[in-house]
Design a binder for this molecule. Structure first.
Ligand code: NAP
Length: 245
């Protein structure tokens, strides 16, 4: 019960890694608030898990302000997981301005202001985890913009940690490898093509399997609590060895 009497916030808490982390935080005693854009998924999370579930698009600053005002009903925030993010990939020549802007708006701008707008609501001694990716250090064809957003997130873990040490707030990144979540299904590709991509990814993972969202959540909970009390500005890579050999 490492999160007993703590208030924990997860952006993008309706699905995948965010939902597993929110569930794990609740199971360790936290009062949990989540946000996302899909009203039906938010209502399901409220009904099934009792989370405070608020509609907010992290790329919209007014949404973030409204979200934190609502969260303040639970008390000051002890743990923030800036997790909301999207994955899009395309061959270099086919990458559109819209895809570029969307990735930057959600994965970088949204994540930065998720932290900035939380500042008045954070307890002294709070912890923040940013969701990066093993792709912050690897090149896959067609993934250059997504990977660049995640390299920015890795950098922000250092920068924001430096900004917040005077409030005794730690900031770290978690960098998942390929993890089994609905994110790949959102690409809108036919089942057969997705299967082919999954097999190609799998062949490059030393542990020969995808991670689970629970395995990522365990790393996030470690970075968010006193077990990691002397850890700040760094990243914990949870990738089955993909980025290491
Ligand atoms: P997922 O199942 O698609 O979940 C993404 C979550 O983010 C959803 O709750 C989604 O809710 C929310 N979200 C997306 N855009 C948002 C926005 N503008 N405002 C608010 N919420 C938003 O994907 P996942 O795999 O769990 O991914 C979570 C994070 O892990 C992402 O940052 C991703 O880049 C990172 N990651 C994933 C993998 C992987 O292999 N799965 C690997 C490395 C890193 P709505 O759609 O309702 O808004």
């Amino acid at each position: 019960m490492r999160y007993e009497n703590k208030v924990a916030v997860v952006t993008g808490g309706t699905s995948g890694i965010g939902l597993s982390t929110a569930q794990m935080l609740a199971s360790e005693g936290a009062r949990v608030a989540i946000c996302g854009r899909d009203e039906a998924a938010l209502a399901a999370a409220r009904k099934d898990f009792g989370f405070l579930s608020i509609r907010a698009d992290v790329s919209k600053l007014a949404d973030l302000e409204h979200f934190y005002q609502e969260v303040s009903a639970l008390g000051k925030i002890d743990f923030l997981f800036a997790n909301a993010g999207i994955y899009k990939a395309a061959p270099l020549a086919d990458t559109t301005e819209q895809m570029f802007d969307e990735l930057i708006a959600i994965n970088i701008k949204g994540l930065f202001f998720t932290v900035q707008k939380a500042l008045p609501y954070l307890n002294e001694g709070a912890a923040i985890v940013l969701n990066s990716s093993v792709l912050n250090q690897k090149a896959w064809p067609g993934n250059s913009i997504y990977a660049a957003t995640k390299a920015a997130v890795r950098s922000l873990a250092r920068g924001l940690a430096a900004d917040l040490t005077d409030r005794n707030i730690r900031v770290n990144a978690v960098s998942p490898g390929p993890t089994f979540t609905p994110i790949f299904g959102r690409l809108g590709l036919p089942e057969q093509e997705l299967k082919g991509i999954a097999e190609q990814i799998l062949s490059g993972i030393p542990m020969k399997r995808f991670g689970t969202s629970e395995e990522i959540a365990k790393a996030v909970l470690f970075l968010g609590c006193a077990d990691s009390s002397f850890v700040t500005g760094t990243e914990l890579v949870v990738d089955g060895g993909l980025g290491q050999f």
